[in-house]
Ligand binder design. Structure first.
Ligand code: G3H
Ligand code: 13P
Ligand code: ZN
Length: 323
């Protein structure tokens, strides 16, 4: 099976009450960990590439590695551009074999966001085979490549804007802001309460906005960015092995599971992969200070990322046995 776009994948996910994991890829071990986990769970998967990943690994390496994963697993896999900054970057990816792109003009005024998104949609939909386009309305706090949005400057998606935006742009899916944010420090400690173990408990996501958006866009796939849960077991392994991640906190997995049962068809996860990889490598070095073969320590990082992705697919996304 060749790379696929998101169309059929999202239709099935919407009807089935589950979401597809969109995992960020930066190197071979991450691609292997995600796709081997997906294979063992018989799950469709989205592999996404950011501008930072393109700079780090070069687009051609990333594309060839993803093609290798398709050949290796036989799974339905989407190669997606994450946070495309402008038309040129989206065009470059569409021309280069990506099957889906995100145009992120969410920091621009409404009319400008519509104009840029529509231009990308026209190009992507005219491409053969059809390339699907994700757009964004509302802004998340955190770091998206070079755009840093301070906590407090983020803005929730306004449900009253979504019908006009989707109608005028023709986009295939829409990322909305309901309280998630990028990175491993999603909430300030003062926004949270603490449980009996001193672990931070963040404020709940704005399910009221999600429900209002899906009422206005029946059957339309919604995307959640910034959806790492910052699982404390990995934070602990990192901190117990020389790391220093204080007050790292994410979106509780239970809330993401609920969102996946509603209109959310794509859930973006990057920071959790980074934490799992770092936990595996730090633990390895601590246990084996004499090792210097990258296959040994990166291999342990890959093992942890694979375990994490299997957990996400079965316990959070619900996309197991849907390939
Ligand atoms: O949304 C941001 C993703 O986590 C990508 O991060 O720009 O550091 O590759 P990056
Ligand atoms: P996290 O930082 O929560 O993993 O979000 C990743 C993301 O949204 C990529 O676009
Ligand atoms: Zn994102």
């Amino acid at each position: 099976m060749p790379l696929v776009n998101t169309k059929e994948m999202f239709e099935k996910a919407y009807k089935g009450g589950y979401a597809i994991g969109a995992f960020n890829c930066n190197n071979m071990e991450i691609v292997q960990a995600i796709t081997e986990a997906a294979k063992e769970c018989n799950s469709p998967v989205i592999l996404q590439v950011s501008a930072g990943a393109r700079k780090y690994a070069k687009p051609v390496y990333l594309r060839k590695m993803v093609e290798a994963a398709v050949e290796d697993t036989g799974l339905p896999i989407v190669l997606h551009l994450d946070h495309g900054a402008d038309f040129e970057m989206c065009k470059d990816c569409i021309d280069g074999g990506f099957t889906s792109v995100m145009i992120d003009a969410s920091s621009k005024p409404f009319e400008e966001n519509i104009e840029i998104t529509r231009k990308v949609v026209e190009y992507a939909h005219a491409h053969k085979p059809y390339v699907t386009v994700e757009a964004e309305l509302g802004t998340l706090a955190g770091i998206e490549d070079d755009v840093k949005v301070e906590h407090g400057s983020e803005s929730y998606t306004k449900p009253e804007d979504v019908e006009e935006f989707v109608r005028r742009t023709g986009c295939d899916s829409l990322a909305i802001a309901i309280g998630t944010s990028h990175g491993a420090y999603k909430f300030k400690p003062e926004q949270c309460t603490r449980d009996e173990n001193g672990v931070l408990c963040p404020p709940p996501l704005r399910f009221d906005i999600l429900e209002e958006v899906s009422k206005r866009l029946p059957g339309f796939p919604i995307v959640l960015h910034g959806s790492s849960s910052v699982n404390q077991e990995y934070v602990k392994i990192i901190n117990d092995n020389g790391g220093d991640l204080k007050d790292a906190v994410g979106v509780p997995e239970k809330q993401l599971r609920e969102a996946a049962k509603l209109a959310v068809c794509k859930i973006n996860i990057d920071s959790d992969l980074r934490l799992a990889m770092t936990a595996g490598i730090r633990e390895h070095f601590n246990a084996h200070p004499d090792h210097f073969d990258p296959r040994q320590y990166v291999g342990d990082g890959r093992k942890y990322v694979k375990e994490l992705v299997k957990h996400k697919i079965t316990e959070v996304l619900g996309s197991n046995d849907k390939a």
